[in-house]
Design a protein around this ligand. Structure first.
Ligand SMILES: Nc1nc2c(ncn2[C@@H]2O[C@H](COP(=O)(O)OP(=O)(O)O)[C@@H](O)[C@H]2O)c(=O)[nH]1
Ligand SMILES: [Mg+2]
Length: 368
């Protein structure tokens, strides 16, 4: 029984496969890891298969799975998951875009209690070398979409990651395209995740295989994971949706506070309505802050890291931004596009809400 299986998906990698297998095996040796290497190949037409077969002759921990139908990177990795028997899996590209020296660190983080460990290109210390602008733009777009579902994860579409076997044991993965990690995050069972930075280096030899079709498949995948989370309340994306709902309920409570205070201060205290209105907004913001802090984002890391004052100031700043967005859209849609003002305001409220949620989620209450 092996402790760890390193899964290497390959398609026509004769230029790299020997070196990557040797490099991973050397890392095992140096760190006394009892690991196995599982190459999952989509029936390459070049020398990949024969090279692995030759390596198998000298190394008993090397294995190859040759697939003949349903060609695809994600499908290959998923098949690797069901084939491997160890408790931990690590997925790594064959073309040295992912540094094998990080394998022991990832493995250790899994043993430290994380369910998923992700090699991140987008966190501090990470990066991408030798990518043309087009690739960068596509990748940033893909990452942005993925972060809507998993805001704490900087690189939810990384191809370099480690998981515990249980994460995918009963997961109904629908592997398509290139983003198997997003599928694992969306359909798998996990609580704790950790990212470690690395610098992605684009391949030196062989061709990259990204196509337009991949981008369309990816958008479907994000939608599919969102729908899945609505019916599977243990999923990580559902945990995120519950925050959105709570934030919305708090927002509605704020409207009542705002209206009530305005009415009271004007009618009973006799304040000028704009002054009353200003105080009403401030009290509504305080109301929303308290409920979000105690309820919506109760488990946020920043509750320990930052002071309540710090969060309160951030929340004010974000709310002010939301107000400007709301007013801006009200003006733009009504006076420029000629939309009925109540409808314009509704659109403004909605976009202001999205702003408030996402920005607060990223800066005020971080990492649950
Ligand atoms: N099994 C399998 N592996 C693939 C397929 N496409 C790419 N790969 C492998 O997946 C890894 C990443 O592919 P690559 O083309 O370098 O993607 P990029 O780095 O995102 O441009 C490499 O190890 C490839 O050999 C595929 O259709 N099937
Ligand atoms: Mg590559």
């Amino acid at each position: 029984m092996y402790d760890l299986t390193v899964i290497i998906p390959t398609f026509n990698e004769e230029a790299n496969i020997r070196n990557i297998v040797m490099a991973v095996d050397a890392v095992f040796y140096e760190h006394s890891i009892h690991g196995r290497i599982l190459v999952v190949d989509d029936n390459s037409s070049d020398g990949t298969i024969s090279i692995v077969n030759e390596l198998k002759g000298t190394k008993e921990n090397v294995e190859i799975l040759i697939r003949e139908k349903d060609h695809g990177l994600s499908q290959s990795v998923a098949e690797g998951f069901s084939h491997a028997v160890s408790d931990v899996f690590i997925v790594i590209d064959a073309d040295f875009s992912h540094p094998p020296v990080l394998i022991p660190w990832m493995y250790e983080e899994i043993r430290n209690g994380n369910d998923i460990v992700i090699g991140s290109r987008y966190m501090e210390g990470g990066g991408i070398r030798k990518w043309p602008l087009k690739r960068r733009v596509i990748s940033i777009g893909a990452t942005f979409l993925g972060r809507l579902l998993f805001p704490d994860i900087t690189d939810p579409v990384s191809g370099f990651f480690a998981i515990r076997k249980e994460v995918v044991d009963n997961a109904p993965l629908k592997p398509r395209g290139y983003k198997i990690l997003l599928e694992v995050l969306g359909k798998g069972t996990w609580k704790k995740e950790k990212e470690i930075p690395f610098e992605f280096v684009d391949r030196e030899t062989g061709a990259s295989k990204l196509k337009i079709k991949t981008i369309i498949e990816y958008a479907w995948q994000v939608l599919d994971i969102s729908l899945y989370s609505f019916t599977h309340h243990k999923s990580a994306a559902w945990r995120e949706w519950t925050k959105v709902f709570k934030f919305g309920i708090v927002g509605i409570s704020g409207i009542f506070v705002n209206m009530g205070v305005l009415y009271y201060l004007k009618e009973y205290v006799g304040l000028y309505y704009l002054i009353a209105g200003f105080l009403a907004i401030e009290l509504a913001i305080l109301n929303n802050f308290i409920w979000n802090d105690l309820w919506t984002f109760r488990q946020a890391y920043s509750l320990k890291l930052s002071s309540t004052w710090h969060r309160l100031i951030l929340f004010h700043a974000v709310s002010a931004g939301g107000l400007v967005i709301n007013m801006g859209i009200l003006y733009l849609f009504t006076s420029v596009f000629g939309v009925y003002y109540l409808l314009s305001n509704l659109i403004g409220i909605l976009i202001g809400f999205i702003w408030n949620f996402f920005v607060n989620r990223r800066i005020t209450w971080i990492r649950p």
